[in-house]
Write a protein that binds this ligand. Structure first.
Ligand SMILES: Cc1cc2nc3c(=O)[nH]c(=O)nc-3n(C[C@H](O)[C@H](O)[C@H](O)COP(=O)(O)OP(=O)(O)OC[C@H]3O[C@@H](n4cnc5c(N)ncnc54)[C@H](O)[C@@H]3O)c2cc1C
Length: 223
């Protein structure tokens, strides 16, 4: 589930905005998800993502905004929100002459809730499957290709989410501040590291980031 707002702000042309973008409930407990603030054109793009379905996403979003001085009293706010389908529990991607791609097939990854790459990639796979077996839908070529080309990323993104979100307070404190872990998870977004590599490298380097004193300093300030 994700909700996002766009609004005009004097901070729209900042080169970057840096913060600890965790989301919390009313009591201050970490919620499984994260928030974002992107400067873009003449506005800020602000939002929150929750890995689990939640009825409180709008209040989580308002609470997130209320923590940041730069998000105070926004004008011209335009809100958008929708569920992010990160799991196709039935593992059914095609029937007769119908192929499901993108969100319709449940192809969003679980850690960041990103679905654009998977929507585009599954469309490419659908085109490949159609050109290979257009008149033989019973061959289930599309399903075979989805399992071969998408399944590992989706599975390991779920494992990354299951590793991080249940210990999110600790995760933000230690994993995000570890240069190694931070690098792997940032590169996931940039496309430099796959979900599987990120999962295993984070696990294999755990003695280092669990016990190291070399953590990026964090003042706890919200700007
Ligand atoms: C708030 C929010 C923030 C997000 N941020 C990110 C992000 O930063 N990065 C990322 O990778 N993913 C993000 N996602 C997820 C991403 O938007 C989706 O996973 C992705 O857009 C899925 O693409 P799609 O083509 O499958 O579906 P969609 O983008 O939903 O496209 C489906 C299209 O079909 C149209 N449609 C529906 N019904 C009909 C009909 N009957 N006839 C004709 N047209 C129809 C819809 O209007 C829509 O245009 C975010 C999602 C949300 C809700």
């Amino acid at each position: 589930m994700a909700v996002r707002g766009y609004f005009r702000s004097p901070y729209h042309d900042e080169p970057w905005i840096e913060s600890h973008l965790d989301i919390r409930d009313r009591e201050g407990n970490h919620l499984p998800g994260y928030g974002w603030i992107f400067p873009k054109h003449n506005h800020l793009n602000v939002g929150v993502f929750s890995i689990y379905p939640t009825r409180s996403i709008q209040s989580d979003f308002r609470r997130f905004m209320s923590w940041y001085r730069i998000l105070d009293k926004p004008s011209d706010v335009r809100y958008l929100g929708f569920s992010i389908p990160w799991k196709n529990t039935r593992q059914e991607f095609q029937r007769d002459n119908i192929l499901l791609v993108g969100d319709a097939a449940g192809f969003a990854e679980s850690f960041y809730g990103e679905g654009i790459y998977f929507a585009l990639k599954s469309a490419v796979i659908a085109a490949k499957a159609l050109s290979a077996s257009f008149d033989r839908p019973r061959d289930k070529e599309f399903t075979r290709l989805v399992k071969a080309e998408l399944h590992a990323d989706l599975l390991y993104s779920e494992l990354n989410a299951r590793m991080f979100y249940p210990i999110q307070g600790f995760g933000f404190y230690r994993m995000v501040r570890s240069q190694h872990v931070n690098y792997y998870f940032s590169e996931l977004i940039a496309g430099g590291v796959g979900h599987k590599e990120c999962f295993y490298k984070t696990l294999l380097t755990s003695p280092y980031w669990l016990f190291s004193n070399h953590l990026t300093p964090y003042s706890g300030d919200r700007f």
